[in-house]
Design a protein around this ligand. Structure first.
Ligand code: F3S
Length: 655
């Protein structure tokens, strides 16, 4: 059985379809309409438009009153100015992709930049673009022209390219120009519709027995399609309408591909498919011949989408202004998303996130908003998706992510696909957060802990989530930690008795006595919050969830060298650091204290050490005994003084 495969991209591109649609819609309002140049390279459509009173003009002088429509190719600025001067009404059918090029050129020209257009100089689109820089652009359409291009003094160019230009040729021209040491600001403004249609023609023609290309004989993009198809499928037929097709050349088992140029109306494609199906005795798209009775416009209308309030449909962005986003829905009228209907997130600015040509999903609020447009909302799509997401998270107790858009009294507002979820301050974290503003703009994870759809009350909570995370991290860390090993951490909090160190989600404690071999009275003497430290794991108590840490490294323990540094009999200096009723402690170096017993302070009876010594005073002492294991050194001030008087040379034993 024969098979007919129609290319998805066959026929009108978005820009042409939009322009034709606008023309028919305006015509319904009994307006006298003139199109500035033919709207489309298709005799059938032009004839139908003409029949309806939509005439083609090539000069504005041909019009006294009425409305002039600009076609999708666009025009230069002078045409807009002239229309204004003549007080003629205007409908702008310029394709949004072409409009974008006009804006680029206009802005660059206002900034005194030199414009270069890569394109076919006589093509109306290129002429229109040139009209936005007072026809001052350099226009290059062939590699040879680029080769011969003499740059002169000006080496800086803003480059745009005709929407239907071949990509590979454009890239070759740019490469060549760059070799001439030009400084180019290049905007690739090629429209993907043409490339997609050509790409589809390649793959379709490779896989069928016969190929039909429908389009006006004067349409250059249709000619290009024919050329491509003939390369891969010798039996390619180029027709303008079904009348040009000899039907008896097709066999019952043929696989037939159909594509069409950008100016071919859907009705003509439909007619070809229908007639061929009949001829092949196939039921595909066979309307029993009733289409013959339909007018062209009816057939065109049939190809449009049907819309109902509440539908969720896809559309293509036409333009974005401060007030609204205009969307093509392949419907008789364009859709409008008013500013307030775009997103629940007030920080989302449509012009920053959208571009003409983007495909978006929209909700139909009203098929006719009173001005003949379709009223759309994107916010409602967000709402629907958000509601489903929030409900599922609540039912399944799963975690969801929301962007913090507001800090309000008592908590945060997170937006989940348009749904506002309130996170009370007590639920933001497991610890007190002084300034909730730090979360603004961040994406946070949380659970939905309360939900009331009727009251639209959605409460989020992160506390349990954070606590669970900490427990998991703790468990994993506890498994990893080895007593005696050295790890890195960050000081998270300092108290009088020590410092807490974050080891990667879990805090351990360095007690003040484990901070230094020397004497410190406050942990802040050596540590500050946020400081990175290397710590030794002293103990891990999995049951109590406690980790004891130390900063004292055995490699720098001063007691390991104390025996050699302070031999018995040697005389050295030390600082009085503490006094007790039975004597005074003398610091010989950080971490090494010795005791001068009260009987060893002076050559007389001493009642209290304070009578002879002052804290902070540096004195000479003689080493009487060293016990490094017990970290004890006995010293004598009295004997040191005797030594000084009697044998000065023996004061200190040199190593
Ligand atoms: Fe058509 Fe506009 Fe692209 S007119 S080919 S959609 S630039």
């Amino acid at each position: 059985m024969a098979e007919i495969i129609v290319a998805k991209s066959a026929g009108f591109c978005f820009g042409v379809s939009r322009a034709i649609n606008i023309a028919y819609e305006q015509n319904k309002q009994n307006k006298k309409i003139y199109t500035y140049g033919p709207l489309i390279h298709n005799k059938e459509v032009i004839a139908d438009l003409e029949k309806k009173g939509i005439h083609v003009i090539t000069d504005l002088d041909e019009v006294e009153t009425g409305t002039v429509m600009i076609r999708s190719h666009g025009v230069g600025k002078h045409i807009y100015d002239e229309l204004e001067q003549k007080a003629l009404q205007m409908i702008d059918g310029t394709c949004p992709f072409v409009k974008r090029i006009h804006n680029i050129v206009k802005n660059a020209y206002e900034q005194k930049k030199q414009i270069m257009i890569i394109g076919d100089a006589p093509h109306p689109e290129v002429q229109g673009i040139n009209g936005w820089c007072e026809n001052s652009a350099v226009i290059l359409g062939e590699l040879e022209q680029a080769e011969q291009f003499h740059t002169g003094e000006n080496k800086n160019y803003t480059v745009v390219v005709q929407t239907t230009f071949r990509k590979s040729k454009f890239e070759n021209i740019i490469t060549l120009l760059k070799q001439k040491n030009l400084v180019l600001e290049v905007f690739d403004t090629i429209c993907s519709a043409t490339a997609e249609r050509q790409q589809e023609a390649v793959s379709l023609s490779q896989n069928v027995d016969k190929m039909i290309v429908i389009g006006d004989k004067n349409s250059s993009n249709t000619q290009k399609l024919v050329e491509i198809c003939r390369k891969y499928c010798k039996k390619t037929y180029y027709i303008e309408t079904i009348c040009n097709l000899v039907l008896n050349i097709f066999n019952k088992n043929d696989k037939i591909g159909i594509t069409a140029g950008a100016s071919t109306p859907p009705a003509i494609i439909k007619e070809v498919i229908g007639t061929m199906s009949e001829a092949l005795n196939d039921a595909v798209q066979n309307n029993g011949g009733s289409e013959d009775e339909l007018t062209f416009e009816q057939m065109l209308n049939e190809s449009f989408t049907t819309l109902h309030t509440g539908d969720v449909v896809k559309g293509t962005v036409i333009s974005i202004s401060n007030e609204e986003v205009s969307v093509n829905l392949n419907y008789k009228s364009d859709g409008i998303i008013p500013k307030g209907e775009y997103s629940r997130d007030a920080n989302v600015i449509p012009s920053k996130v959208l571009q003409p040509g983007d495909e978006i999903e929209v909700f139909v609020v009203r098929v006719n908003d009173g001005d003949g447009n379709v009223l759309l909302s994107r916010k409602r799509i967000e709402d629907q998706k958000g509601m489903e997401e929030v409900e599922a998270a609540y039912q399944n107790k799963t975690v969801i992510t929301g962007k913090i858009t507001d800090v309000v009294r008592g908590g945060l507002i997170a937006l989940v696909n348009g749904i506002r979820v309130f996170i009370p301050s007590s639920q933001v974290s497991n610890k007190f957060i002084e300034d909730l503003n730090v979360f603004k703009g961040q994406e946070l994870e949380f659970n939905i802990i309360e939900l009331d759809k009727v009251k639209r009350r959605f409460i989020g909570g992160r506390k349990a989530l954070i606590e669970k995370e900490i427990l998991e991290k703790k468990a994993a860390l506890f498994e990893k930690l080895e007593i005696g090993s050295k790890v890195k951490g960050t000081v998270s909090r300092i108290t009088d008795f020590g410092a807490f160190v974050d080891l990667g989600g879990v805090d351990g404690l360095i007690h003040i006595s484990e901070m230094s071999w020397g004497r410190i009275t406050n942990p802040k003497e050596i540590l500050k919050e946020g400081q990175e430290v290397d710590v030794i794991i002293l103990d891990v108590d999995k049951e109590k969830g406690k980790i004891s840490l130390s900063l004292k490294d055995s490699s720098n323990n001063p007691w390991t060298t104390a025996v050699e540094k302070y031999p018995v009999g040697s005389v050295t200096e030390g600082k009085v650091v503490r006094m007790v009723p039975f004597g005074a402690f003398i610091e010989l170096e950080a971490g090494v204290d010795g005791l001068v017993h009260i009987s060893q302070i002076a050559n007389k009876h001493v009642v209290k050490p304070e009578d002879e010594l002052k804290v902070g005073e540096v004195i000479k002492v003689k080493v009487l005994e060293v016990n490094a294991e017990q970290k004890k050194i006995s010293l004598s001030k009295r004997q040191a003084e005797e030594n000084t008087e009697e044998a000065p040379k023996e004061e200190k034993t040199e190593e």
